[in-house]
Design a protein around this ligand. Structure first.
Ligand code: ADP
Length: 740
């Protein structure tokens, strides 16, 4: 086995060498270079990916910074406007509302004028004495009347007189604030007279007609009036009205929050909440009959809570940030238009503040500072996802923003436990946050790039050729090995085929030559035995010669018009009497209508003899061998059937190949060369016929030869030499093909 492989390889040395030199070595070399190139390509792609990531980080930084700078510029411009320089509170509130609050990045705005408390528009400035619009005092004449009325009210407790004096005063006073204040005093006197109805009527008038009027201390009159009305209702026993009025008071406070200072707002809001809660708790029947009251109260409370949070921020700014910013900006007393960015962690939040100096009129000194606390939520939850989304970043996976404590405030919270590719900080640590990016170049992306690569296709092509070459070489070697085996089997079987008759002839002639055989009958037996052996030998030699002629394409056919029926009736007995000694039950069935065919009689005899020889070889003695000749239309069917060992299905396709011998057959019959059926097939096909087999192991085989009936008009044989010579030369047809 191994030996034959070695021999085959030795024989195919040249082919293998050519394969190695022209396909294998170049393919492998190119593949190695290709793989190296692909590796480099991978590194290049990874580098590109990292660069993209770092571009993204820079993009995030510049976008965030761009947004901050934009707001900063707005503020920087605003603080230089005359309104800021001249401390025009009302105008500042308007500007802040119109210009700064529109920017979603602006959270809380503040202004601190030198020597004043910090001011958080739109609340009114604390302690600055500022009121929207000037508050005028009484003229001398009015003042006299007013003082008189005060005397009646507080010293003499003559409320009626006080009321009539105040009514007189009202007639001569034109200022809205003063008129509101006078009415307020009239109502107060009615209350002291326990005339609550009159008081309420006056209060209602104030709210309706003087919604902007203020007390002498700057408090909004309609707000204080509401609380007075609550008291009127309470004292006149109208609990339900009192409860409703306390809710209105709360509404009034909330509605006017920006017209109050932060302290006023907080004080009045608390008062309204307490008043409402007290009346509600003392008179549960009222609220249970009117549920909308409670609902409205709850809504107002929610609003109030929101405002409270704002105060918290304001207080934090006031206590924790502004002093530092003020100090930092005011350091050198002179004015400069540079911005200061300041961040400070307060509670869980990082306060991010941008601030400027406000110049005085000379623009050389600072009059105060103004700043804005930024909305972190806008940066984290809105701006960043937008930037990521626009840059084609999938979701927030692989991106994280963490604050100074290392807590992730935006992006992928799972990132904290992972090692990241890129860590970066915002310029000047503003915001004081860290950006982390992780992620590997994805496999599909990598593959996509690879598919585009020239090297990838080179390697693939090389691999294809390599595999193709290996398959071809492998098949050639396997085929050669098979042939080698067949040939060696052939040589041994041929030797055996020759040896048997020769040994027999030798022994018999020896006996005859010695003169020991005297009995003429015995002598005849010896001679006919010798004759049969030589007949067998000549059959064998005939087979070989025919086969080698066919192989070389030199086989000549001597075609003669033959009565096939007659011819067969002689050939079959001839075989049994002259060629074989074994006894069989010969059953010949010949269709009487069988007609003339054009055949090479010797060649056709070889066909019949070979088929009969196989039938005899592979069947037990005395079994039946059937020879049937039938005519089917234009075709003659010659069938030779036996009851022998049969042929396994998987061998049936190979038995017509040269040198092929069946596995069972070579065990049961020692004679045979594997050429018989090859010769049969070639001869039959040269006669434009076909040969086939039907067989079942253990049950016998049936070989069928189909020959075309001669048409006297039309010759079935192709390529007849010119002149109609009956001897033709045919190349073997399908000699190596598998028989079917
Ligand atoms: P050989 O008979 O010399 O082996 P052939 O070419 O005549 O070679 O036949 C090829 C093979 O076909 C045989 O080895 C045998 O396996 C199978 N075969 C042919 N004829 C028969 C048959 N009548 N019965 C069983 N096997 C047969």
């Amino acid at each position: 086995m191994l030996e034959s492989l070695k021999i085959t390889i030795r024989r195919q040395k040249k082919l293998i060498l050519i394969f190695l030199l022209t396909i294998f070595i170049p393919s492998v070399t190119l593949s190695i270079f290709g793989i190296i190139a692909l590796r480099n390509e991978r590194f290049r792609l990874e580098k590109q990916f990292r660069e993209k990531q770092s571009d993204l980080v820079n993009h995030i930084k510049s976008q965030v910074d761009g947004n901050i700078t934009e707001l900063e510029n707005e503020l920087g411009n605003l603080v230089q406007t005359p309104s800021f320089v001249n401390e025009e509170y009302k105008e500042i509130i308007r500007l802040a509302e119109n210009q700064l609050e529109k920017n979603p990045l602006a959270d809380q705005f503040f202004v601190v004028y030198n020597g004043n408390e910090p001011w958080f528009p739109p609340f009114l400035p604390e302690g600055s004495g500022y009121t929207p619009g000037p508050i005028r005092g009484f003229t001398v004449m009015e003042k006299e009347k007013s003082d008189k009325a005060e005397n009646f009210e507080f010293v003499q407790n003559n409320y009626q007189e006080a009321i009539s004096l105040l009514k007189d005063l009202l007639k001569v006073t034109e200022d809205e604030n003063l008129r509101g204040q006078i009415l307020n005093r009239i109502a107060r006197n009615y209350m002291k007279l326990n005339d609550f109805e009159a008081a309420i009527a006056v209060y209602t008038g104030i709210i309706r007609n003087f919604p902007e009027s203020r007390t002498s201390t700057g408090t909004l009159l309609p707000v204080t009036v509401r609380f007075q009305m609550v008291e009127c209702y309470m004292r006149s026993g109208k609990k339900e009205e009192a409860l409703k009025e306390s809710l209105r008071a709360f509404e009034e406070v909330m509605r006017n929050y920006h017209n109050l200072s932060e302290n006023q707002f907080s004080a009045y809001a608390s008062l309204a909440r307490e008043t409402f809660s007290n009346i509600r708790d003392e008179n549960p029947e009222i609220s249970s009959s009117d549920t909308t009251l409670i609902k409205n109260f709850e809504n107002l409370n929610i609003l109030y809570q929101k405002k409270t949070t704002e105060w918290q921020i304001i207080n934090d700014l006031k206590d924790e940030c502004i002093p530092y910013i003020n100090q930092e900006l005011m350091q050198d007393r002179g004015y400069s238009g540079n911005a200061l960015r300041y961040s400070k962690k307060i509670g869980p939040e990082d306060f991010l503040i941008i601030s400027f100096l406000i110049p005085d009129q000379t623009k050389t000194r600072a009059n105060g500072i103004a700043g804005i606390k930024l909305t972190n939520a806008f940066l984290q939850d809105s701006l960043l996802p937008d930037i990521l989304g626009n840059s084609g970043f999938e979701g927030d996976k692989g991106f994280a923003l963490s604050n100074m404590d290392g807590r992730i405030i935006a992006g992928d919270t799972a990132l904290l436990s992972k090692s990241t590719n890129i860590t970066s900080y915002f310029d000047n640590s503003f915001p004081p946050w860290r950006i982390d990016l992780t992620g590997e170049i994805t496999r599909p992306l990598l593959l996509k790039e690879f598919y585009r690569s020239f090297y990838f296709w080179t390697i693939l092509t090389m691999m294809f050729f390599l595999v193709f070459g290996i398959v071809i070489i492998g098949r050639t070697i396997a085929h050669e090995k098979e042939i080698l085996k067949l040939k060696s089997d052939f040589v041994s079987s041929v030797s055996h085929e020759f040896k048997t008759p020769i040994t027999s002839i030798k022994a018999l002639t020896e006996r005859l030559l010695e003169g020991n055989v005297k009995d003429p009958k015995r002598m005849r037996e010896y001679y006919s035995e010798i004759f049969r052996d030589t007949e067998n030998l000549s059959h064998l030699v005939g087979n070989f010669l025919d086969f080698s002629k066919m192989e070389e394409g030199k086989k000549q056919y001597n075609i003669e018009e033959t009565d096939f029926k007659l011819w067969l009736e002689q050939t079959v007995p001839d075989f049994f009497s002259r060629v074989t000694l074994r006894k069989y039950n010969i059953n010949t069935k010949i269709d009487e209508t069988a007609v003339m065919v054009k055949i090479d009689r010797n060649a056709m005899k070889l066909v019949v003899n070979n088929l009969l020889d196989n039938a005899v070889k592979f069947s037990p003695e005395n079994s039946e061998i059937k020879v049937v000749l039938e005519k089917h239309g234009e075709k003659l069917l010659l069938k030779i059937k036996d009851d022998g060992i049969g042929i396994p299905k998987n061998e049936q396709a190979s038995i017509f190949e040269k040198f092929y011998r069946g596995k069972d057959a070579s065990q049961s019959s020692t004679t045979g060369t594997g050429l018989g059926l090859t010769i049969v097939k070639q001869i039959v096909e040269a006669h434009n016929g076909e040969v086939g087999v039907e067989s079942e192991p253990g049950k016998g085989s049936s070989f069928t030869v189909i020959l075309p009936v001669t048409d006297t008009e039309k010759d079935p044989l192709p390529n007849l030499p010119p002149g109609g010579k009956e001897s033709i030369h045919l190349f073997p047809l399908g000699g190596n093909k598998k028989g079917d």
